[in-house]
Unconditional design. Structure first.
Length: 264
């Protein structure tokens, strides 16, 4: 079903009558979002509003937001103190959705929990984000990698840790009306060069970088890193895997779809 279709959303939610909803539906590959801002806003923002309208009072809604809602900053991003200021359509659409959730949590007795997710990495990727784009080139035999912006540092969280984090937020604690916001990341950030160096160690071969102007993003925030104390203290979650673990898992099970391999 299309999350933009409110009658369909209302019918499905009404037939299930869930006590807890984890809302992950979104457009999230930033270049694609920039090319289709209308779709991005309608899916990420209107789709969220449709879901909020459909759930019954007393339900818990766990919303997958993003670190992209934060303003560029050189310090770890904290839920309570870091300024908000998206620099792209994706971040704007998620921040707008957060505001509707904040409004709905005041309007109706729902238990709203916003999870600001940082960069997920590991098996199962379907979009040409940085790590799968690097891996796609390596799998095709390249050892001199054509990459775009190499200076940004990102907080990479293993997909299995991300799943555990959502489960912890969704299932821990009594369902009570209100709003809570937590980061889901590791608190460590890596540059593109450091990622390539770690992948080189995983595959046991030297890898080098060639900057390709056609792959440069016109806007790319220099730093993202999660302050994680809140999710640790409130939900008992902490990461169990490293970026090296994620790269090793990807190398052992390189399950990239053909379209993503072709994009490498």
């Amino acid at each position: 079903m299309d999350i933009r279709d409110y009658p369909a959303v209302a019918h499905l939610v009404g037939s299930v009558d869930p006590q807890v909803v984890i809302h992950l539906a979104a457009m999230h590959f930033i270049p694609e979002c920039e090319r289709a801002p209308d779709e991005t806003i309608s899916i990420n923002t209107l789709g969220t509003v449709n879901l909020l309208r459909a759930v019954r009072p007393g339900a818990r809604v766990v919303f997958a937001s993003t670190a992209a809602v934060y303003a560029p900053d050189a310090q770890p991003h904290d839920e309570a103190t870091s300024p908000l200021g998206p620099t792209d359509i994706y971040g704007l659409s998620k921040l707008h959705a957060e505001e509707y959730i904040r409004y709905w949590s005041r309007l109706t007795p729902i238990d709203a929990r916003i999870v600001r997710l940082f960069n997920v990495v590991g098996p199962g990727e379907t979009n040409p984000h940085l790590v799968p784009a690097i891996l796609a080139q390596v799998l095709q035999g390249a050892r001199r990698l054509k990459l775009g912006n190499c200076h940004p540092r990102r907080d990479f969280i293993h997909v299995e840790d991300a799943a555990r984090g959502f489960a912890a937020v969704a299932l821990n604690g009594p369902i009570e009306p209100g709003l809570d916001i937590v980061n889901l990341g590791t608190g460590r950030s890596y540059s593109v060069t450091e990622i390539v160096d770690q992948l080189s160690s995983v595959i046991g071969e030297p890898l080098t970088i060639e900057v390709d102007p056609s792959r440069m993003r016109p806007t790319d925030r220099p730093f993202l890193s999660a302050a994680t104390a809140r999710i640790r203290e409130r939900y008992g979650w902490s990461p169990s895997k490293t970026l090296a673990d994620a790269l090793r898992d990807l190398w052992q099970v390189p399950d990239l779809p053909p379209a993503l391999l072709a994009s490498g």
